[in-house]
Design a protein. Structure first.
Length: 211
C-alpha cells in the first residue's frame, strides 16, 4: 500500500474509531461533566489554542479540571492546588481528554501523532524538531506511551520526530494499544507538570542564554 493510501486509511480509521469511542463514552463524559459543574461551576469545558499540522493553530477541547483560585496578588495558584479530587481523578484516567475526540472528527487531530503543544513554544524548536508538524497531531503519541508527563522535553520531541519519520499504520495500532494500557494503570500522569519540569519555552530560554 502506498504512503498516500495509508494516510487515507489512517484518516478513515480516525473517524470510525473516534465516533465509536465517543458514543460508548457518552455516559462517562456526562457524569464527569456533571461532577465538574458541581465542584467547579461553569464552564465545564476548557478550550485552548495549540499548534497543529504545519503549525496552524487549532483549538482543542478538554474537560475542565482546575478552579480559578488566585493568591492575594491575583496570580493563579499552582495547578496542584487548583486541581481538586474530581480533577485529579479525571486526569489520572485521562477522561478530561475525551472531548478531543471531537477534534479528531473535525480533522484537527488524529488518534495517534505528536501531541499538540502550546503555540507559545513555536519559536523554541530546533529545525529537526519542527518535523513534528509534518503530520496531524495526535490524541496520544509515541512520547506519551514512553512515559507521558515524565519524559524530558528533548526526549519527547525526539520521539515525535521518530514517529513522523517511521510512521506506519502498525505503529499507530501499537501506540493505541499501549495508551489503553497506560490509562488503565494510571502511570506517568502528573497533576501539576510544571512542578516537575519547566515549560519548554522557559527551559530553552535558560539553555540558550549566551554564555
Amino acid at each position: 500500500m502506498s504512503i498516500s493510501a495509508q494516510h487515507r486509511v489512517k484518516r478513515l480509521l480516525d473517524i470510525v474509531l473516534a465516533l465509536l469511542i465517543l458514543i460508548l463514552s457518552l455516559p462517562v463524559l456526562a457524569t464527569a461533566m456533571l461532577l465538574v459543574r458541581i465542584q467547579l461551576g461553569a464552564p465545564v469545558l476548557f478550550v485552548q489554542e495549540r499548534s497543529g499540522r504545519w503549525q496552524k493553530p487549532v483549538w482543542i477541547f478538554k474537560i475542565r479540571t482546575m478552579s480559578d483560585e488566585r493568591d492575594a496578588a491575583g496570580n493563579l495558584l499552582p495547578d496542584g492546588l487548583r486541581c481538586g479530587p474530581v480533577g485529579r481523578l479525571l486526569r489520572r484516567l485521562s477522561i478530561d481528554e475525551l472531548p478531543q475526540l471531537v477534534n479528531v472528527l473535525r480533522g484537527d487531530l488524529s488518534l495517534a501523532g505528536p501531541r499538540p503543544l502550546l503555540s507559545r513554544y513555536d519559536a523554541w524548536y530546533t529545525d529537526r524538531e519542527r518535523r513534528r508538524f509534518d503530520m496531524r497531531p495526535g490524541l496520544t503519541g509515541l512520547a506519551q506511551v514512553h512515559g507521558r508527563n515524565s519524559v524530558a522535553w528533548d526526549e519527547r520531541l525526539a520521539l515525535d520526530v521518530q514517529y513522523v519519520e517511521q510512521w506506519s499504520l502498525w505503529m499507530d495500532l501499537r501506540i493505541l494499544v499501549a495508551t489503553v494500557a497506560m490509562v488503565l494503570s494510571g502511570r506517568g500522569v502528573a497533576v501539576d507538570p510544571s512542578a516537575e519540569m519547566l515549560d519548554l519555552d522557559k527551559e530553552r530560554a535558560l539553555m540558550w542564554l549566551p554564555s
